[in-house]
Design a protein around this ligand. Structure first.
Ligand code: UDP
Length: 374
């Protein structure tokens, strides 16, 4: 991009919970630094997204309303591209900002590219190394890199990945990941709601394990195996509890209820607001998760994390010693849990960590780079 523009207009697109958590600070910084900012929600998710729109006080200028029950990536992409074509033609931004690796983000990059609108990619340069895992996210992020003009890399490792793929150094900024901006902002004031505060109180004598699992690759036997291992682990040790905010996806709900429902010291919760989730992270002894965002958040709270996935596109957390990659094996999960329980050296060693993903000033860096480039 080589446009110069006195009062730039930037459209910001999101459709899921993690996109909003990571783009909310960027929207705030853009407004503060005088950028005309237009927000577009694809509503790829609706129920999960709404509480975050409220908590971050985001005004939605355009809602694409793409969500349908049982939607496939192609359903989401086709509806999002068609609707974005109209919205972007009307808004005519200088740049469309997309985040991460969702189908919404890829649809946004395609729609903007086809209209000759610049694309900025927040959280650029993550790679798992396996084009089909996570699916479709790994391919989404690779394709977005090909379509984007500006690349906001969270870490120098991400920057090197982009350069190795031929992206011009002058279009990459290492900014950190704005998830750290959001979590630091919420951590200052985060207070759990009354019900959660009660649960935290009632489990105070236990070592709490916080579990999140919702990724497509985990569905089926992998998830069932992991949940069985966790159930046996909790049942066999009276000083443990398991707190699991269950994703609304029916593939998760069904298995969670059938394997973990009604078990002592196991608490199946509805998805939590950000303050509540942070409160649980803080109160946890150990986190078990297949989430991307949680890998970026755990280091800020010095919380040990077992990543229940075959690979990770966030090796920085493993390198920092905060996270361990379990792989796709419930037997390996069992081994990791028993080891952590029997010897707390690792748990204690992660307590004071610098977060490799950011320092809380990523949004400002992203916006300043945009102002330099458009
Ligand atoms: N999160 C939350 N409430 C929950 C579960 C997760 O606020 O009940 C937050 C979490 O802090 C993280 C983000 O949601 O920032 C992760 O979203 P998700 O796991 O859906 O997506 P991923 O990060 O795997 O793309």
């Amino acid at each position: 991009m080589s446009r110069k523009n006195k009062s730039p207009k930037v459209a910001v697109l999101f459709g899921t919970r993690p996109e909003l958590i990571k783009l909310a600070p960027v929207i705030a910084a853009a407004k503060k630094l005088g950028i005309d900012t237009v927000t577009i929600s694809s509503s790829q998710h609706t129920d999960l997204l709404k509480p975050f729109i409220d908590a971050f006080s985001i005004r939605i200028d355009h809602d694409l309303r793409v969500m349908r029950a049982g939607q496939s990536p192609n359903d989401v992409a086709s509806r999002a591209i068609a609707r974005l074509d109209r919205v972007l033609t009307e808004v005519r931004p200088d740049l469309l900002l997309v985040q991460g690796d969702t189908t919404t983000a890829l649809a946004g990059a395609i729609a903007a590219f086809n209209l000759g609108i610049g694309v900025g990619h927040v959280e650029a340069g993550l790679r798992s190394g396996d084009r089909k895992n996570p699916f479709p996210e790994e391919m989404n992020r690779r394709l977005i890199t090909r379509l984007a003009d500006l690349h906001f890399a969270a870490t120098t490792h991400n920057r090197e990945t982009l350069i190795a793929e031929g992206v011009s150094k002058s279009n990459i900024a290492v900014t950190g990941n704005p998830v750290v901006d959001s979590l630091l902002r919420f951590a200052e004031t985060a207070k759990p709601n009354r019900q959660l505060a009660k649960l935290i109180e009632s489990t105070s004598g236990t070592r709490r394990i916080l579990l999140t699992t919702h990724r497509r690759e985990s569905f089926g036997s992998a998830m069932e195996g992991n949940l069985r291992v966790l159930r046996e682990f909790i049942e066999s040790r009276a000083d443990l509890s398991l707190l699991f905010p269950v994703h609304p996806n029916p593939n998760v709900r069904k298995v969670a209820n059938s394997i973990l429902g009604g078990i002592d010291r196991v608490f199946l919760l509805e998805p939590l607001g950000y303050s509540d989730f942070i409160a649980l992270v803080r109160g946890s002894w150990l986190i078990v998760s297949d989430s991307g965002g949680v890998q970026e958040e755990a280091p800020s709270f010095g919380k040990p994390l077992l990543v229940i996935r075959a690979n990770t596109e966030r090796p920085e957390a493993v390198e920092a010693g905060v996270a361990k990659l379990v792989g796709n094996s419930s037997k390996a999960l069992k081994g990791h849990l028993e080891h952590a329980y029997g010897d707390e050296t690792w748990i204690n060693s992660v307590k004071k960590q610098k977060n490799p993903f950011g320092d809380g000033r990523s949004a400002e860096r992203i916006v300043k780079f945009i102002l330099r480039k458009i």
